[in-house]
Ligand binder design. Sequence first.
Ligand SMILES: Nc1ncnc2c1ncn2[C@@H]1O[C@H](COP(=O)(O)OP(=O)(O)O)[C@@H](O)[C@H]1O
Ligand SMILES: CC(C)(COP(=O)(O)O)[C@@H](O)C(=O)NCCC(=O)O
Ligand SMILES: [K+]
Length: 248
Amino acid sequence: MLLAVNIGNTNVRFAVFKDDEDIISWTINTKPYRTEDECYAKFKSMYSPFGLKKEDITKIVIGSVVPPLTAAVANSLERIHKITPQVVDRTTPSSVTHQSKQMGTDLYANAVAAQELYKGKKIVIDFGTALTFTGIDENGNTMGVAIAPGIQTALNSLVGETAQLPEIELKEPERVLGFDTVTCMQSGMVYGFVGMVEGMIDRINKEVNDDCHVIATGGLSFVYAPLTKKIHVQDALHTIKGLKFLYK
Ligand SMILES: Nc1ncnc2c1ncn2[C@@H]1O[C@H](COP(=O)(O)OP(=O)(O)O)[C@@H](O)[C@H]1O
Ligand SMILES: CC(C)(COP(=O)(O)O)[C@@H](O)C(=O)NCCC(=O)O
Ligand SMILES: [K+]
C-alpha cells in the first residue's frame, strides 16, 4: 500500500491508500520541528492505532512546504520501512502544467488532484496555515494562485496583538452584530472570512469568465464549506490525493 505524507506548516498528514476509496489518514503537529531521530521514534509506532502494520507500506510519497523537515521525515521513514521515499514537488510531471518557479508542493498537489478528479475549470481553496486559492483550467493549465493569511493564523495574530481579545472557537454566531467579545470575534472571523472566500470565488470566476467547480480542503474547510453554496465539495484528503497522483 502507498503511504503519502504531506508536510504542511501546521500539520504533517499521513494517508495510507488501501485503494482509491479506502484511505486511512491521521495527522501530527509540524511544530516543534523534529530531528530525524525524533521522527524515527515517533513514526515507528504510529501505525498500530489505525489497524496497520509497518509491513503494509510498500511505497512512500512525500510532499513538503517545510524544507527543514523534509529530510528528517524522509530519512526516518526510510530507516523504518527500508523503502526510499519519492519526494515530489512542482517539477514532478503530472496532468497539470504551470510556469511558476515558486509554487508550493501543496498548491501543485491541489491542482493535480483537481485536474484528475473534476472536470472543467476548478478552484481549490486550502484552509490551512495560509488560505490559498488555486485555479486550474479544463486542460490542466494553472490559471494562477492567491495567498492570504490562514484563518487560525489571522486569529492568532489578532489575539496576540490585543490585550483584551481572548482565544475563541471558530463557530458561526447567531447574529452578524454581536453583544459580547466572543460572539463579536466569531462574527468577524466566520462571516468575515466567508465574505472573503465568496468574494474571491466571484472575482476569479469573473477573471476566467466561467463558473468554476470549487473544492475546499485544509484543516478549517469543515467549518467554512457548509457556510456557503459557492463551495461545491469539501475533502480534507484532497491535497494528499494529489500526492498519490504525483507518485510514479
Ligand atoms: N479541528 C481542526 N483540525 C485541523 N486543523 C484545524 C482544526 N481547527 C483549526 N485548525 C487549523 O487549521 C490549520 C491547519 O490546517 P492544515 O490544512 O493541516 O494546515 P497545513 O497544511 O498548513 O499544515 C491550522 O491553522 C489549525 O489551527
Ligand atoms: C502558500 C503556502 C505557505 C501554503 O502552506 P500551508 O498553508 O499548506 O502550510 C505554501 O504553499 C508555500 O510555502 N508556498 C511557496 C510559495 C508559493 O507557492 O508561491
Ligand atoms: K494544507
